[in-house]
Design a protein around this ligand. Sequence first.
Ligand SMILES: C[S@@+](CC[C@H](N)C(=O)[O-])C[C@H]1O[C@@H](n2cnc3c(N)ncnc32)[C@H](O)[C@@H]1O
Ligand code: SF4
Length: 365
Amino acid sequence: MDYKGLYVHIPFCDSICSYCAFSKVLKNYSNVENYLHTLEDEIKFKNADKYTYDSIFIGGGTPTCLNIDNLEYLLQIISTFNRTPDCEYTIESNPENLTFEKCLLLKKYGVNRVSIGVQSFDLEKLKFLNRTHNFEIVYNGVNNVKKVGIHNINMDFIYGCENDSIELLRKDIQKAIKFDVTHMSFYCLEIENGTVLYNKNCKVDDDFAASLYQKLLFELQRKNFYRYEISNFSKENKFCSKHNLKYWKFTDYIGIGLSACSFVDHCFIENTKNLTKYLNKNYIAFENKLSLDEEKNVFLQQNLRLEKGFKLKTYRERFNSDFLEDYKDKIDIIKNSLVISRTEDVYIKSSMLYIMDNILVDLLH
Ligand SMILES: C[S@@+](CC[C@H](N)C(=O)[O-])C[C@H]1O[C@@H](n2cnc3c(N)ncnc32)[C@H](O)[C@@H]1O
Ligand code: SF4
């Protein structure tokens, strides 16, 4: 049976970071209860509770910034969904919210993976990013997560900021490893329209970021963190994010909440990013049934982000045609970047994964 992934978006945050363009609002000025009731309504509207899920991801915004009653209400809503016994159940968090009481609640409702937005342990860098935590706060938060018995922990980091250096990133990696995390994500800082950094005209030097990436890749691999996607590193294969793999393998997932996306029955659905519209139950902003060619293109675009790429057999079974035949003219153009192994695996050469976007332009256009 084909199980689906569930994404639930909670847009509230205690403060707004200087770089963030995700769908989020300050919690103080928001009616959280109203939002949660609307989520319940959207679930009915989309019949999202008719499926069984083998991955659930509550993301944001900052789901853990909800007060304890609202957090419990959210977890209760999600507890009505059918889950497989091995369902990966992740919540995104900010370190300052990880109190023992909230962690106990997460455990009680079956959350078994916590993703913590650390970004860095360096105070100057945290200030630049407008993050309000420090090492001690992360330390206490991680301790609480572990005390309740959740040991599958991811930390998100950002690199490419003005005063970054490999020494600084190395220290961040060392600290994360001391916390015994199972997974780390390293995102290159993106300066997005409408953010504080954009308005301050901050820039990221692409060459500098690329050289930092190569060094941090080396450092992570030296510490036995295996890169399975451009920005994602896991301690062992079993700790790869099952949920994100659904996006990269382009299999079905259902998204609920502001700005959430779904892909189901070959149809791509994007929810509105406008909170007022969302609360008025105008959930969907965009819906597109993909043609076979479009779906093949997205399949490649997503799967080739993965270190292991995809199997020719998977492509054949899904599309009832042959990748080597479908893309034969284009494959020739990118033959120096693409590997097609004897075991029928298709992937971008490891050394070229970082510039995958450029390679895909040649393959898909
Ligand atoms: C959108 S946040 C949501 C979870 C949580 N509120 C947090 O801050 O971690 C998820 C992650 O996206 C990454 N992120 C968000 N905006 C980014 C940007 N402009 N550039 C790079 N990474 C970004 C950060 O690493 C962040 O931890
Ligand atoms: S990065 Fe996280 S905490 Fe910061 S504004 Fe975005 S969603 Fe909120």
